[in-house]
Design a binder for this molecule. Structure first.
Ligand SMILES: Nc1ncnc2c1ncn2[C@@H]1O[C@H](COP(=O)(O)OP(=O)(O)OP(=O)(O)O)[C@@H](O)[C@H]1O
Ligand SMILES: [Mg+2]
Length: 183
């Protein structure tokens, strides 16, 4: 019997090494890696901070493609960062809909090292990132919700917030270019 595909999700703040890990997973397991930073400039000619909504447009379609690949039996890596627990719950539910396993890869680093690497990445690949000030880093840390122990253990997600009747319904609202996958 063919083994179940896996939806891998990289989670963590800028510079922690998510894309480096995503590339390793890609090499090790033959999964399709979808890293939005590699698509923003070729598609839109802008970096993701510079154009409201463009990244959401892109991510919705990448989730949709990822779901199709999972249903066809292939594994997928969404190299999204996913700072909110709702986004992570929704993607876990979508993996379940496709009959796939879900693997959350939470990447962390000591804060000084993370900032150093984020700065290095800006020097090495300015087309894929942006210069971050100390204020930006503080803001990002405040916005980031680390995965809970339950999330890391792979427990079932809680109910979605009202008025959404399912996590895929929530996901289609969060990413309007993602069609409803559960109807
Ligand atoms: N183990 C390591 N040792 C030293 N440098 C590393 C290591 N892993 C990654 N780096 C470097 O750190 C920088 C950030 O890594 P990477 O791009 O993988 O992080 P990221 O979490 O995807 O960042 P972003 O959120 O900005 O996309 C890169 O310049 C990368 O080459
Ligand atoms: Mg990255």
């Amino acid at each position: 019997m063919r083994s179940r595909p896996t939806l891998h999700l990289t989670v963590g703040l800028p510079g922690v090494g998510k894309t480096t890990l995503a590339r390793e997973l890609e090499r090790a397991g033959g999964a399709l890696r979808l890293t939005p930073d590699e698509w923003m400039v070729p598609l839109f000619g802008v970096r993701w901070t510079e154009f409201d909504g463009k990244r959401d447009v892109l991510e919705g379609r990448l989730v949709w493609v990822g779901h199709q690949v999972l249903r066809a039996g292939g594994s997928v890596i969404l190299d999204f960062g996913c700072w909110s627990s709702e986004e992570r719950h929704a993607l876990r539910a979508i993996a379940g809909l496709a009959g796939a396993d879900f693997a959350l890869h939470y990447v962390t680093l000591p804060e000084d090292e993370r900032r150093e690497r984020a700065t290095r990445r800006w020097r090495e690949a300015p087309e894929q990132t942006f210069a971050m000030t100390d204020d930006d880093h503080e803001r990002f840390r405040a916005l980031f919700t680390p995965p809970t122990t339950d999330e890391l253990r792979g427990c079932s997600p809680p109910q979605p917030p009202a008025p959404f009747e399912s996590w895929p319904a929530w996901a289609s609202d969060r990413w309007p270019t993602l069609p409803r996958l559960d109807v």
